[in-house]
Ligand binder design. Structure first.
Ligand SMILES: [Zn+2]
Length: 317
């Protein structure tokens, strides 16, 4: 079976342009998806932001969440962790709690109908006030046994630091949530080190620039850090010049644990299966899809009971 798993998918980058048109009455596909002029993470994030007017309504947000699970099932996905930034979806009558509940309702309904085990990660953003991050960490903790499994920091890495948000990561960790952080994507390898040592991350979003610093590679290896690699996204954000130059193989050769993920499939107009195929073309034969899936599941933030069941499926494939 050509199973897939994704640990790194953003709800905000998974808004189907057709759903936007249907619910909002205007066609903004060109604004919502990348084109060849997109060369930076900042420009890429601006594309994603075009979908916010849609998701700032509870029913719409639930539908977007539900459709993510549907799309995952079309990619033979066994397990999915979707991250989102609650502050991006609050508006007049939508409070932070409402955004989480709408997303979890969509995931639960999707999981029931499509059989893809789906869990949520709450993301704070680098440009936010650290006090907001603390609120989000507490929010994530509140929903810990209801579908939220992790805490993350995303956003504009080139212009904002993660360290001011350290306290929020401590709160999330104390609550028993998994910790992941975007680092070493648009920023230097030192950000990966900071995410591991200061934020206590066991997984790094992207982290591709880690290869530039041997010390950070060693730290990551020692601690068994898992890298959430998203090949095509790195081209669209300008982090890597071309797919041929993507460092995933180099990361594996350095002894790092990698996984394959789709990041923002609708913004990038890609599929999860497609990303696994790209990774397969880039990697040596010795690294099989099975290896990648095992890496993903072992590093996932789901309960041990479910992890065991899913790993059994992979071992039997
Ligand atoms: Zn991401």
């Amino acid at each position: 079976m050509d199973y897939t798993v994704s640990l790194h998918t953003h709800l905000e980058g998974s808004v189907r342009p057709e759903t936007f048109s249907e619910l909002m009455g205007n066609d903004i596909k060109a604004d919502l998806t990348v084109n060849k002029n997109c060369t930076s993470l900042k420009e890429f994030l601006d594309k994603i932001a075009c979908g916010y007017p849609l998701t700032q309504r509870r029913q719409n947000l639930k539908r977007v969440a539900y459709e993510i699970v549907e799309s995952a099932s079309q990619n033979n996905c066994l397990y999915l962790e979707v991250r989102f930034g609650p502050t991006l979806h609050t508006s007049g009558d939508m409070q932070l709690e409402d955004t989480v509940e709408a997303v979890l309702e969509g995931f639960n309904e999707g999981e029931r109908n499509f059989g893809v085990v789906t869990r949520a990660i709450i993301s704070t953003l680098r440009h936010e006030d650290p006090a907001v991050s603390i609120r989000l960490a507490k929010l994530a903790s509140k929903y810990k046994d209801l579908g939220v499994v992790g805490f993350d920091i995303a956003g504009d890495e080139a212009n904002f630091k993660a360290l001011p948000h350290k306290r929020s990561f401590e709160i999330a960790k104390e609550a028993g949530l998994g910790i992941t952080a975007h680092a070493g994507e648009a920023g230097e390898p030192g950000n990966v080190k900071e995410a591991i040592l200061e934020l206590n991350a066991s997984r790094i979003g992207h982290g591709i620039r880690v290869i530039e610093d041997k010390e950070v590679v060693e730290i990551a290896k020692e601690r068994g850090i898992v890298f959430e690699v998203c090949p095509t996204s790195n081209i669209h954000t300008g982090a890597v010049a071309s797919i041929k130059e993507h460092p995933i193989k180099q990361m594996v050769n350095m002894g790092l644990k990698v996984t394959v993920n789709d990041d923002d499939p609708q913004t990038s107009q890609i599929t999860l299966q497609g990303e696994y195929e790209i990774a397969n073309d880039l990697l040596d034969k010795a690294t099989t899809r099975k290896n990648l899936l095992i890496n993903s599941l072992e590093a996932s933030f789901v309960s041990d009971t479910i992890k065991k069941v899913l790993l059994k499926k992979i071992h039997e494939m």
